[in-house]
Design a binder for this molecule. Structure first.
Ligand code: KG4
Ligand code: ZN
Length: 338
């Protein structure tokens, strides 16, 4: 059986639309995807403004849908299922994607399917040219979540450890804000870090030796603030060093805990997903450590690490294939911000 799945992502500050083709039991194929990032719009405010985000999703989602259909050489009538991000995310932003998905579903008389945003990230490496095989350990590192998971198949997820306070992306973003690096802070901080000395400042590695697979980043953020205050005017010239030291602390914890998860589970494969998965130091250190152990590491394509519609269409396609979820004609949609 062949199914054409349209995916819509609108949980935060990116509007993403994609078309995926699922055929038989093979890995579904990405036909086209399009993205509009609101970063420029929110930059002036130092963070995402929810109402502006919702309004912009409304403006973008249908034109992006047309772009994707055109690029794939498909027509709206050919779509079999419309998938959308059901949560977590900003309520108003989620409602745009859900509303449009259900309106399209009702108009075309086809079923719709709500997808968990994190499952989209988790399965995004299946969009790459060299997709992973189950089972694997997943390191999910986004702006809102930091989790280590054991993944035995679609929908078969066991959380092994997670953050007890801030997420890794939040640690990047908040530290970057303290240093006046703007929004989104993660990419800016990591760019600046490339010119700095990672050993310049001694920062804590929270829970590194806790013996479990949990994370904590709130204390690190406080340590960065203390260091920044101590530097005072000198911060201007030491910013790259502080950025490098901060990044090194976050990455070391992520890598060591991932290795511990591999040791504890006996798994030979790791999947990294979520926005922080784009971080170059994380990739380099994890690749080196895993190569030394003969462990394979899979990442999404760089452009699909952060939010996008392709991962939502993919997760929907894989859930349908695995019989984990039925698409349905219940257009009385609901979103789950948390
Ligand atoms: O997955 P994502 O796009 O959105 C959420 O679902 O949260 O992740 C966004 C997060 C932000 O915190 C952003 O600063 C971080 O990913 N991020 C990075 C990099 N690129 C994005 N953090 C560190 N280094 C990067 N290169
Ligand atoms: Zn995300």
């Amino acid at each position: 059986m062949s199914q054409l799945i349209l995916g819509i992502e609108s949980s935060c500050d990116e509007t993403g639309v994609a078309l995926v083709r699922a055929e038989g039991g093979g890995v579904p194929r990405l036909l086209a995807h399009a993205l509009h990032s609101q970063i420029d719009m929110h930059q002036a405010y130092g963070g995402v403004v929810p109402e502006l985000a919702s309004r912009d999703h409304i403006r973008r989602v249908l034109p992006l849908t047309q772009t994707v259909l055109h690029e794939a050489g498909e027509h709206l009538d050919a779509v079999d299922v419309v998938a959308y991000t059901r949560g977590p995310g900003l309520a108003g932003a989620l409602l745009v994607g859900a509303g449009v998905a259900c309106a399209l579903g009702a108009a075309l008389d086809i079923p719709v399917l709500g997808v968990h945003h994190l499952e989209g990230h988790l399965l995004s490496p299946f969009l790459s040219s060299d997709p992973p095989e189950f089972p694997f350990i997943a390191l999910l590192v986004s702006g809102g979540h930091t989790q280590l998971m054991r993944v035995d198949g679609v929908g078969r997820y066991e959380i092994l450890g997670e953050t007890i306070d801030d997420a890794a992306g939040e640690a990047f973003d908040k530290s970057a804000k303290l240093m006046g690096l703007g929004y989104p802070g993660g990419p800016a901080l990591s760019r600046l870090a490339e010119q700095g000395d990672a050993k310049a400042f001694k920062l804590p590695r929270p829970l590194l030796h806790s013996g479990d697979l949990d994370f904590s980043f709130a204390g690190l953020k406080t340590a960065v603030l203390t260091q920044a205050k101590k530097l005072g005017d000198e911060l201007v010239t030491r910013k790259a060093d502080l950025a490098a030291s901060t990044q090194a602390a976050i990455v070391e914890v992520l890598v060591k805990k991932t290795l511990a998860a591999l040791d504890q589970s006996g798994m030979r494969r790791v999947v990294v997903a979520g926005g922080v998965g784009a971080n170059r130091l994380l990739r380099a250190q994890l690749d080196a450590a895993c190569a030394a152990r003969g462990v394979r590491v899979h990442y999404p394509e760089l452009e699909l690490c952060t939010d996008n519609g392709a991962m939502i269409a993919m997760a929907a396609a894989m859930r349908l294939q695995a019989g984990r979820q039925q698409a349905n004609r219940d257009y009385a949609f609901d979103v789950k911000p948390r």
